[in-house]
Design a protein around this ligand. Structure first.
Ligand code: PLP
Length: 440
């Protein structure tokens, strides 16, 4: 047997796990073997609460029969068809349904397989739009510190998470980052912070420094998720919108986490009353059952790109083998049907006040330095112990032992319950976490 083919005695080593402390995991694995509703079961049969809706992607809970059946029957009818130059009924139906949910005007839907791909797609649309209008010098992107826009080179470059960037070199040239919006003045404030709208003027400073005619787009998450639920200050997003409009800069909202109800409305754009030019979406589109993402683009932006190309030619040289995969479309159609029929996002509005009050109450516990939240997103900052992130990681492991799956971002603990959780289930998630933090 060749050295390359030699099997390992350790059954865990071959799978190089993403965003995971692989060596620690091998010593102390956290294997989730089964899930239903808001619960997982590990391989020993212990039940755990899903306090993070998977990775923010399972708002309807695990194992929804309607979604499973829709995927199965789609697989029987049509398992795959090439999305380049061919289409499937499900893809057109889904695009129409998504367009009915996005803010007015953002009704051209381009599908991809992941949030990272959606971000790259949005960035390319922005570049091409400017280029075909004779403004090809608009190549800069403005992102924000503590932003997360996935892991591909475009998204990583506009993102502002240091660890995600530093091992991989400089990334895209011509990117600048606005300051993030987590400021001490808003400490312990739930909902939008009172202070800090003027942080949006960082964008104006980049306009003054580089010239608006070099800037393609500004990309932000309406609520920054992956660095610990940074809720925008009141008026901040509108101020960004105004600066973009004044200078012909496209505003991209990355709604991969905030899309599909997490803030109580279809999108955070609705919740905050600010409409971007392009938005990304992914996580809750198929209730986590199939990999799928999309961007919604302003109609006239797409039209400009289409009109610029000669007839019968491809207008945008971009796409993925799994764009609008039929099984993912079926999963998304079934998911959106449940959102409509069960008025799922209204449930978020009902649950959010009590949930956020319980998150705010962590303020009394030792080592807690801030609490924040909006909708069904809640964050608790802890004082670091030694290395930044060490306490957060230790408590995540403790929470797992105590029967709770949650997200940590450095030393920030994040709860994002499924929308179908009962009040009692949310209270149980919070109580379990309180015990873990109290024993910290
Ligand atoms: N954008 C945002 C705002 C995200 O939160 C994420 C993932 O968490 C992504 C992009 C990347 O999505 P994916 O992991 O599906 O590539």
């Amino acid at each position: 047997m060749s050295a390359l083919a030699r099997p390992s005695n350790d059954p865990l080593v071959n799978h190089w796990m993403p965003f995971t402390a692989n060596r620690q995991f091998h010593e102390s694995p956290r294997i989730l073997a089964r899930a239903e509703g808001v619960y997982y079961w590990n391989t020993q049969g212990d039940r755990l609460l899903d306090g993070s809706s998977g990775l923010y992607c399972i708002p309807l809970g695990h194992g929804r029969r309607e979604i499973r059946e829709a995927v199965a029957s789609q697989m029987e009818i049509l398992d795959y068809a090439p999305p380049f130059q061919y289409g499937t009924p499900a893809a057109f139906r889904l695009a129409a349904e998504v367009a009915a949910m996005t803010p007015p005007g953002l009704n051209r839907i381009f599908f991809s397989g992941s949030g990272s791909e959606a971000v790259e797609s949005a960035m390319k649309v922005a570049l091409q739009y400017h280029r075909v209008r004779g403004e090809g010098a608009r190549q800069r992107f403005i992102g924000r510190e503590r932003g997360y826009h996935g892991v591909n080179f475009g998204g990583q470059s506009v993102g502002g998470m240091v660890a995600n960037r530093k091992a991989f070199g400089i990334g895209l040239p011509g990117v600048a980052h606005m300051r993030h919006t987590k400021i001490p003045e808003n400490q312990y404030q739930m909902g939008e912070g009172t202070y800090g709208a003027e942080l949006a003027d960082d964008l104006q400073r980049f306009v003054d420094l580089h010239g608006a005619d070099t800037i393609a787009a500004c990309i932000v998450e309406p609520i920054a998720g992956s660095t610990g639920i940074l809720v925008p200050p009141q008026g901040y997003l509108q101020r960004l919108r105004d600066i973009c409009t004044r200078h012909g800069i496209l505003l991209i909202f990355d709604e991969v986490i905030t899309g599909f109800g997490r803030t109580g409305q279809n999108f955070a754009a609705h919740t905050f009353g600010v409409t971007p030019d392009i938005m990304t979406m992914a996580k809750a589109l198929t209730n986590g059952s199939m990999p799928m993402a999309a961007i919604a683009v302003r109609e006239d932006i797409q039209q400009t790109i289409l009109d610029a190309a000669p007839a019968n030619t491809v207008e945008m040289f971009h796409g993925y083998t799994y764009s609008a995969h039929p099984a993912a479309c079926a999963a998304a159609l079934a998911t959106l049907k449940i959102y409509r029929e069960e008025d799922t996002f209204a449930r978020v509005r009902e649950l959010a006040p009590a949930f956020l009050a319980q998150i705010a109450a962590f303020r009394d516990l030792p080592y807690v330095t801030d609490t924040r939240g909006f909708g069904l997103l809640g964050a608790i900052d802890l004082e670091p112990e030694g290395q930044p992130g060490a306490r957060g990681f230790r408590l995540m492991c403790k929470a797992f032992e105590a029967g709770l799956v949650l997200r940590v971002a450095g030393d920030t603990l994040v709860l994002a319950p499924p929308y179908v959780s009962t009040e009692d289930q949310i209270a149980e998630m919070v109580q379990t976490l309180r015990k873990v933090v109290t024993a910290a």
